[in-house]
Design a protein around this ligand. Structure first.
Ligand code: HEM
Length: 193
C-alpha cells in the first residue's frame, strides 16, 4: 500500500492538544443593563481534522475544537463552543467556523502570522457577505451579535486569546468580551521498562 504524505497543518499544527486555564475573565450583559463579570476556568481541545480541497483549487487543513467554560465560583458551565480552524495552504489565510448552542454560528476570516509566536486574528460581522454571523429569529430580535473579533497568540505551550463581541441586547449595545491564557496539558508517560 502506498504511504500517504503527512498533512501540512501549517500554523495550526501547534494548536493540537488539550489546553487548560483557570484565570479567564468574561464580561457579559445583565437584564437590568448592568455588567456581569465572571471569572472562569476552561478546557479547550484541538484535534486533527485532515485536509480538503475546494473546486480543485483551494486546499484547507483543518483542526476541530471543543471549548468548555465554567464559572470559577460554582463550576456552572457558562459557555460551550465547537468549531474548526482552517488554514489555506500556501497562504496566511485562516478561517474560524464556530457554533454556540444559543442558535448562533459564525464564519470568521483573517490571517495567521508567525514571527516569534503565531498570531491568529479573525473577524466576522452580521450581514457581512464574506465573514457572516448567522442567528436564530429569536436572537435577531432579542440578543443579536453584531460583530466578533478574536485574537489568539500561540507561543509553544502557552495559548492566549481575547475576543470582543458587540451585542444588541435589552435595547442597548453591549461589549461582551473574554480573555484567557491557557497552558498545554502535558502528558507524562513513565517508561518503566
Ligand atoms: C469564553 C467565551 C464566552 C463566555 C465565557 C461567555 C459567557 C456568557 C455569559 C455568562 C452570558 C450571560 C448570559 C447567561 O448567563 O447565559 C453570555 C451571553 C451571551 N453571549 Fe457569551 N460567552 C462567551 C463567548 C461568546 C461568543 C463567542 C459569542 C458570539 C459569537 C457569545 C454570544 C453571546 C450572546 C448573544 C449572549 C446574550 C444572551 C443573553 O445574555 O441572554 N458569547 N455569554
Amino acid at each position: 500500500m502506498q504511504e500517504q504524505d503527512p498533512i501540512d497543518y501549517g500554523p495550526l499544527a501547534g494548536l493540537i492538544g488539550t489546553w487548560k486555564g483557570n484565570k479567564g475573565k468574561d464580561k457579559s450583559p445583565e437584564a437590568d443593563g448592568s455588567t456581569e463579570l465572571n471569572d472562569y476556568f476552561e478546557t479547550l481541545v484541538f484535534i486533527e481534522a485532515g485536509e480538503t480541497s475546494n473546486a480543485e483549487e483551494q486546499t484547507l487543513s483543518a483542526v476541530q475544537y471543543t471549548q468548555l467554560v465554567q464559572r470559577s465560583s460554582t463550576g456552572k458551565i457558562i459557555h460551550r463552543e465547537v468549531g474548526y480552524w482552517l488554514w489555506e495552504q500556501g497562504t496566511e489565510n485562516v478561517i474560524n467556523s464556530l457554533t454556540i448552542p444559543r442558535g448562533l454560528s459564525v464564519l470568521a476570516g483573517g490571517k495567521a502570522i508567525t514571527k516569534r509566536s503565531t498570531v491568529f486574528e479573525v473577524e466576522a460581522r452580521l450581514n457581512c457577505p464574506n465573514w457572516p454571523i448567522t442567528e436564530s429569529a429569536f436572537l435577531q430580535t432579542k440578543a443579536s451579535t453584531k460583530s466578533l473579533q478574536k485574537k489568539m497568540t500561540l507561543s509553544g505551550d502557552k495559548l492566549q486569546y481575547s475576543q470582543h463581541m458587540i451585542l444588541d441586547i435589552y435595547g442597548n449595545e453591549f461589549n461582551h468580551n473574554d480573555h484567557h491564557r491557557l497552558m498545554r496539558e502535558v502528558l507524562i508517560t513513565d517508561n518503566l521498562s
